[in-house]
Design a protein around this ligand. Structure first.
Ligand SMILES: NC(=O)c1ccc[n+]([C@@H]2O[C@H](COP(=O)([O-])OP(=O)(O)OC[C@H]3O[C@@H](n4cnc5c(N)ncnc54)[C@H](O)[C@@H]3O)[C@@H](O)[C@H]2O)c1
Length: 352
């Protein structure tokens, strides 16, 4: 492999290792332990500073600003939603975080509290800042709470039908047309935008896991996304300390288009018995200079997420080379989703 590609891959994957997710006990799971498993007129660009922040959301959907939003709505309090919410409150932005039940919200709040503690301790920030950051977080199951949000990031489960239903709920409560972003890993921004009230104000913001450690945000421009929306997404990414790369809408964008087929191939190699899980991971770490092996990375990302991405590639790119590994299908059906379920290609002690 070209050494540039190898080092670039290592750089992308490198931050994962520095992330907050730590393997409790990473015991490879033996082969025998699971089965071989709406359209509106094009908006004007925002005029330079002639609309005050207090007028947001604007009465006219065609007037938008690029300043940092005051309150961000985050839909989904899972791995990514919690990470994005944490990044926002640490950056001084208020967050309304929505999920389907109070238990998930409480779990995310605890994770965010721990994350804030780690980040601010490392930054030697005054103790009062921790409480202040957490105070900026409000969790609820009530979509009505999104009315006060000027920027909404959807980070719910990777399902097109679910995301379309969520977009309709957002449109019902956010009639003024603030910006709506989706953190989808693979679903077509164009198809999602087609169901939104304001496709011009709809954009992809693809954060990486773990959000606190990963520097990239792919800002995905759909065919109708306007410049002001792209600029606002890039500005928000920067405000959160990230580097934004603007990409066209295509399945998996850039990173997952390259990464997920490799993860799928690793699952195939494992199920064919080419090597044990830990040997596959060791081989890719030492042979390609990846800081984490592909099967451990599957567990970190979530096997359900990897499977959902491969299903989208298979369907949207219409090429058999993207067929999901049967083992991934079986493991997900069995509830072995990786770290979040306590078991994937490895077993994790103490996981929920
Ligand atoms: N896991 C990753 O590494 C990763 C990386 C980048 C992007 N993504 C994308 O981020 C999104 C979320 O992934 P995740 O890994 O956080 O998944 P997750 O399973 O950890 O969390 C998803 C959350 O969405 C919630 N949810 C489901 N329906 C909902 C609804 N109607 N309203 C509000 N919340 C709802 C679930 O209860 C759950 O808490 C997906 O689109 C995924 O593709 C994931």
């Amino acid at each position: 492999m070209d050494s540039t590609i190898v080092s670039a891959t290592a750089a992308v994957l490198g931050s994962l290792v520095g992330g907050s997710a730590t393997v409790a006990t990473a015991e490879p799971v033996g082969f025998s332990t699971f089965p071989p498993v709406r359209a509106t007129p094009a908006p004007q660009s925002p005029s330079n500073g002639d609309v005050s922040l207090t007028t947001w959301p604007p009465a006219s959907a065609n007037v938008r600003r690029m300043e940092t939003p005051q309150t961000i709505g985050v839909i989904g309090a899972g791995t990514m939603g919690a990470g994005i919410a944490q990044g926002c409150v640490v950056a001084g932005i208020s967050v309304v975080m929505i999920d389907v039940d109070e238990e998930r919200i409480a779990r995310a709040r605890n994770a965010i509290s721990d994350g804030i503690e780690r980040i601010l301790t490392k930054a030697a920030a005054p103790a009062g800042d921790r409480g202040a950051a957490l105070d900026r977080l409000r969790g609820t199951t009530d979509y009505e709470a999104l009315r006060g949000c000027d920027f909404i990031i959807e980070a719910a489960t990777e399902s097109e039908a679910l995301k379309i239903a969520i977009l309709q709920r957002i449109d019902a409560v956010a009639p003024h047309g603030g910006i709506v972003a989706t953190n989808t890993s693979s679903i077509s921004i164009s198809r999602l935008a087609a169901t939104a009230k304001l496709p011009n104000a709809f954009v992809g913001m693809h954060f990486f896991n773990p959000v606190a450690a990963m520097h990239l945000v792919e800002v995905v421009r759909g065919p109708q996304t306007d410049d002001a929306t792209v600029d606002a997404a890039v500005a928000l990414a920067k405000r959160l300390g990230k580097t934004a790369v603007v990409v066209k809408d295509a399945p998996g964008f850039v990173v997952n288009r390259l990464l997920c087929p490799m993860l799928n191939e690793a699952a195939l190699a494992y199920s064919e018995g080419i090597a044990t899980a830990s040997d596959i991971d060791e081989a890719m770490k030492l042979g390609c200079n990846h800081p984490i092996g592909p099967l451990a990375l599957c567990d970190l990302i979530g096997l359900d997420v990897v499977l959902a991405v491969m299903r989208v590639f298979h369907h949207d790119l219409d090429d058999p080379k993207y067929r999901p590994a049967p083992l991934l299908e079986e493991m997900v059906a069995a509830g072995n989703l990786g770290r979040k379920s306590g078991r994937g290609f490895y077993a994790y002690e103490g996981a929920k």
